[in-house]
Each structure stands twice: as structure tokens, then as C-alpha cells.
Design a binder for this molecule. Sequence first.
Ligand code: SF4
Length: 494
Amino acid sequence: MIIHCDFKPVELYYSLHELVRLAFPGCQIIQEKGGHHATVVHISMETLEKLAVIRGAVFSPEGNTILREEYNFRRSEAETDDEARWFARRFTYQLLCQHIDKNINSYGLLTGVRPVKLVHRFLDRGLSKRDIADILQDDYMLNQEKAALLLEVAENNRPFLLTPEKAKKMVSIYIGIPFCPSRCYYCSFPGAVLKDYDSEIKPFLQALYIEMNRMADCLQEQDISIQSVYIGGGTPTVLSAKDLEEMLDLLNSRYISHRTQEITVEAGRPDTLDPGKLKILKQAGVDRICVNPQSMNDSTLKLIGRNHNQEGVVRSIEWVREAGIRQINMDLIVGLPGEKLPENTSTADEILKLGPENVTVHTLSFKRGSEMAAVEGKDEIDDRVREVQTGVEYFSCKLREAGYMPYYMYRQKYMKAGMENTGYTLPGQECLYNIQMIEERQTIIGMGGGAASKFINTADWKLTSSYNPKDPAAYCESIEKLIKRKVDKLWALN
Ligand code: SF4
């Protein structure tokens, strides 16, 4: 479907186009007036002294027309730009809902990845929960259920946010190992499917060690300590026991101190774990492991290209427990091919029997570049996503009944059916890294393939980012440039 967008001033496009995409999922947007053969969205806004006037119209090829006009008196000159943008978004949202004749997004105007951040900003200003719920529903147009979820998550993770003084002197680190034993059906991660260990892993690790040493120098010069470590990927446990040990030795000698509270290793594929590697992880201080089954149904696991079955997951969890590692997270995906409520029910039952401290419930999303997108196409995946809402609600009820609570959540752009990815925890077992990374109140230094770094200015919680390439060869080639960029950004904060 083609949608012509005619926005004046044209800068409004950046604030409004995502709302148009929510109203017309999968549409192609063309930034011009257009003719009678396509749907046309007109928005024009004029700002005069303290008054903003906005007019809008939607014309459909069938001849339906919706018109709308509003005036807004701005409260202060200082807020002019932000306020005008918010006014335009709210107006456009209402216009599009009127045209479609239903709510286009259960998160209302919140189209970003981290909606809980807004709740924390209101809490910082001393607003009560009731006031925030009203603002979310009346001004940002969230439905009641989503507003309540955001408040609940914020309340559960707020005790773990650092004060500006502490956040200045304590960061978390991420290490990305961008290799996997094979590519999962739904994954678009363009890291490498490991073919030859020596020629691929060895140069990557050499570059990683250079980066780890140089960033450690920089942190030490600024007297900054490490609160939490997350080793992700890819699949870090694809590394041999010897290489895993070497990397963890370097981590311990350069980063870990008595102030470090958590070290997580993602063993995404249960088939990459064994008791020998778990012993090494435990001895190196790793205290949280992610064993990610995605589903506990063997036919689904086969279909999505995982090299393990349910039995393998159960065995890995037993090994992790035997190794004495204190926390286990298990990731699930709702909406995998062939899965409906009965499959979700069996996965929930099997997972709960294993008693992981954390469970993360993801909703399937369309990922360009995945085999699933190529084989099934966007529409087929979107159709399936409609069933996902039921599955997500089911997991939420089951986990809450079993004593888990939601403590971090994030969304992906244009997520369907008003969904989200939610991390659940048993009380007292929250993952610090996930909270700090999602709420963006602490600097994260990302090293390795595909690692994102975020540099947080504690004066206003604004951030700048820096990204390492996901492709291992590109990472190795640009290592000096990547380090310099991060060192400069870190010094700029202090
Ligand atoms: S293990 Fe994770 S990163 Fe690797 S292919 Fe599967 S989903 Fe992608």
C-alpha cells in the first residue's frame, strides 16, 4: 500500500512518519501530495507567537475524507520545539485513529524502544503514580493495561537505578562474541556462522583482547569501576574451554573488583554447554547464565534450526545447577512457526518445572535478512503475530502466578498487536545489567563484535552511542578507530 504524506513544515516527517506506519502496517510512504489513486495524509502546522494551529486530512482512494483542526496555546517559550512536536504527534495520532476507526497502537504516542524511561522521568519530577497513569493515558494515549505495565516495571526496577554521583564512577560492560554454531530460522544477526575455528576465532580474540586492555586502561585512569558484565553474542559458549578461560582471565585481571556485582554469560544454545565449560565459568566468577530454549517443543526446535531438543535444555539446566551458578535466565519466543496456545502452555509448564530465576518472554518480529522472512514473507509472519498477543498474555499470567514479576521491558519498532518483550524475575533475582542497559541510566562500554556502547551524561541522562561492527572481519580491521572513538567519548563525560 502506498501512502502519500504531505507535511508542512517538512521537518514534521521525522516526528510523524512512524505514526503513519502504525496506522498502515507495511505501507510504503512517499513524501509528496499524490493523486486520487492512493491514500493521502496532509498535516500542516503554523506556530504564531504563543499559538500553534494544526490542520489535517486523510483522503482515501475510495473517496472517504477525514478533516481535523486544532489550536494549542503553548505553556512556555522554553519548551517550544518539543511541545510543538508532541502537539503534532498527538493530533496526527487522533486523526489516523479516526480514519482507521480504531486505536492504532496500545502504546499510544510511545513508539520508542524504551517506554519505561518516560515513567522514570516523571518519577524524578516527583509525580505520583496516579498522576503518571493519567498522563500516560490522557496525554500519551496509552491504553490502561499498558500504562499499568510501564508503571509496574518502573516501580520494580527503580531501586536499582544509580544516583548521578554513583553512575559517574560505575559503568557496566558488554562483550560481544559474534559467532554461532548455525543460524536460527528467525534470526537476522549478521555475525558469523562458525565454519573454521582457528582462522575465524583466533584473529577476532586478538582484536578483542586489544580492545579489552585499552578500555581497561582508560577506565582505570578515570577511576571508574565495573558494576556488571554481560558476555553475549552470538553464542559466547561457542568458544573452546581454553579460549573461554583465557578471555575470562583477562576480564578478571583488568575489570573485576569487589565492586562488581554480576557477571552474565549467554549460553544461547544449550548444545554449546558442557560441565567442563561450566566449571570454568563458575571459577571465573560467572554467576548468571542464559540458557535460551525459545520453545520447549521438539518439533518447533527442529523447525527453527536449533541443534538441541527439550531434553538437552533440561540437561544443561541440571549442569548449571550442579556447577553452583546462582542464577539462570531462560529466553522464550512467542509466535514461532506452528506454535499456538497449546504449545505455549507446554513450554510454560516445562520451564516452570526447571525454576529459572529469570524468564524473558520475547514476541516474534519480522526480521529482514532472516530465513523465516525469506521463506514465509512479511504478511504470513504478520498474520501469525496476531495470535502472539494471546500467548504473551498467557505467559504473563502463568509467570505472575508462579511468583515472577516484570522488571524490564522493551519494544521493537513497529511491533505488532501492541506487544513488547518483557523480562520477569523472582523477587531479589533481578539482572542488573538488563536494567541499566534498558533504562539508560548508566554508561555501558561495549566491546567485541556487534557491541553497542552508550555514554550517559549524568547531568541530564542524555546519551551518545557508538557501535562496533557485527562482522568479525570488519571489527578486526577497524579496531583502532573503534577504541579511539570510545576513549574520546568516555573522557568527554568526565
Ligand atoms: S543463537 Fe541467537 S544470535 Fe545465534 S543465530 Fe540463533 S538467534 Fe541468532
